[in-house]
Design a protein around this ligand. Structure first.
Ligand code: NAD
Length: 478
């Protein structure tokens, strides 16, 4: 398979550099070739999106929703095939990847249904004979810039509400999710979206990101990725007064209090930390344990982690696959080496057969670290977690908040009073009790505080606020 751009309803071969994609589970297997775009492709995509917006924006929302419903049906019918391609491209275990594709189907249907819901409010006027109301209007042309770790769900949770609100889209997926992106765009093409409503430009962020952000036709940008890239994008958008949304990194803590159900906490922390090989912005990466339960909890965690085996992503039983790319592997392994040098290794998983030639990182639990240590402070984005003891609830909250990030946090306890205090005091956009840090549902707002997020939310109804502008209308009919 070779990647292609989809611009103005036409499939095109970009003329930039090429990258051969090897399956991170088995590097000897070539999955396809990604061809990167040049400045000219971006220019064309912006113009196509602008041309299409006038017509698309004047369709009724229900008519726009009908296209999304069609795309949902096509994606559901292709679920197994799309999931397998994505697993081969970026290494997510196949059962997890199928769940992600199904989430994409739900997201498309959820936003399609918004086409027949209310889009404003009637506000009483102080004058008689005046009808005053608000309505949502499209922003125009939206750039959607996505990461590789959720190659289906993240693009769809941006594209679906953007289109439903009447915007047209230029989508620049991550380099390591480009083949999956082409397959998604093919399904949109089969759903017969009008030309130019969705435009796919495959490219390298560092090479064409600036050109995209400088495009004169751009009205808004929705980005998910690392904090350093996101802050740069926010700065550029602010200078042009473009509406922007940046969803960025995390260093999410799970707190285990002395009264917690230890088995429940261990299961949720294992899932939060090691699903997707820890490559989730909401992954659990710090575990803060109240001292009276420290020994019991860490022993249960040690046993559970020691029994996990990394396995090829397409193996039906795979729980923890490889990390996504050579760059990811080098970065995560540098933290593993740091842990071996500077931490106590509390637990380390094993490797199943068939993992000789891939980017596998065995799950690792580090302890004995100060809260200022890089392993505790920096986003690793791999299956490596650090455990910290806490004196009491107050100390645990202090440690939880001792980070520049604020994406998600969880608490394990049976004490409702402390649960409520945690929900108030944890500095994170998503706070969860007796649940893993990851796994916020698509119909609920998603986003963080501090350096994890700009000031808007994705998913749920909140996405509609981002992808539209509110107009206040008044008509004197007296
Ligand atoms: P990244 O920042 O390297 O890349 C994200 C996207 O931005 C890619 O499409 C990339 O090509 C593009 N990009 C890179 N430089 C650019 C530039 N100068 N201008 C425009 N676009 C540019 O991130 P990544 O490695 O793909 O993803 C991992 C990161 O994403 C982690 O930090 C993770 O926490 C974060 N993430 C956050 C969320 C969230 O919702 N908060 C969700 C998933 C991932």
């Amino acid at each position: 398979m070779a990647s292609r751009n989809w611009i103005g309803g036409e499939w095109q071969d970009p003329s930039g550099d090429e990258m051969v994609v090897c399956n991170p589970s088995a590097l000897q297997e070539e999955v396809g070739v990604v061809r990167f775009s040049t400045k000219d492709d971006i220019a064309q995509a912006g113009e196509a999106a602008r041309r299409a917006q006038a017509g698309w924006g004047t369709l009724t929302p229900a008519a726009r929703g009908a296209y999304l419903f069609r795309a949902a049906g096509l994606l559901e019918a292709s679920l197994a095939e799309v999931a397998e391609l994505a697993s081969r491209e970026m290494g997510k275990p196949i059962t997890e990847m199928r769940g992600e594709v199904m989430r994409g189907v739900h997201l498309l249907r959820y936003y399609a249904a918004e086409g027949v819901r209310s889009i404003g409010a009637v506000i009483p006027s102080n004058e008689s004979g005046v009808l005053q109301y608000t309505k949502r209007v499209p922003l125009g042309v939206t750039a959607v810039i996505t990461p590789w770790n959720f190659p289906v769900a993240i693009p769809l949770w941006k594209i679906a509400p953007a289109l439903l609100c009447g915007n047209t889209v230029i989508w620049k997926p991550a380099e390591h999710a480009s083949l999956t992106a082409v397959r998604i765009a093919e399904l949109f093409a089969s759903a017969q979206f009008p030309a130019g409503v969705l435009n796919l430009v495959i490219g390298q962020g560092h090479a064409i990101g600036d050109v995209l952000l400088a495009h004169k036709e751009l009205d808004a940008v929705s980005f998910t990725g690392s904090t350093s890239t996101g802050l740069g994008i926010a700065e550029r958008c602010a200078r042009r007064n473009l509406k922007y949304q940046t969803e960025m990194g995390g260093k999410n803590a799970a707190i285990v209090l002395k009264d917690a159900d230890v088995a429940q906490a261990v299961a949720a922390i294992i899932s939060g930390a090691f699903r997707s090989a820890g490559q989730k912005c909401t992954a659990t990466s710090r575990v803060i344990v109240e001292r009276p339960v420290y020994e019991t909890f860490t022993e249960a965690l040690r046993q559970a982690v020691n029994s996990i085996q990394v396995a090829p992503a397409l193996a039906p039983e795979a729980y923890l696959g490889p990390v996504a790319s050579a760059g990811q592997y080098e970065k995560v392994m540098s933290y593993v080496a740091m842990a071996r040098r500077e931490a106590d290794i509390l637990a380390e998983g094993g490797a199943a057969a068939g993992t000789e030639h891939g980017y596998y990182v065995r799950p690792l639990v580090a302890a004995g670290l100060d809260s200022s240590h890089p392993l505790i402070r920096e986003e690793i984005f791999g299956p490596v977690i650090g455990v910290l003891p806490a004196d009491d609830f107050e100390d645990a909250i202090r440690l939880c908040n001792e980070t520049v990030y604020g994406l998600s946090a969880s608490l394990f306890t049976r004490d409702l009073r402390l649960a409520h205090r945690f929900l108030d005091e944890a500095e994170a956009g998503m706070v969860r009790v007796n649940q893993e840090t990851a796994g916020v549902e698509y119909q609920a707002p998603f986003g963080g505080l501090k350096q994890s997020s700009s000031h808007t939310r994705e998913q749920g109804q909140a996405a509609l606020d981002f992808y539209s502008a509110l107009k206040t209308c008044a008509i004197n009919f007296g």
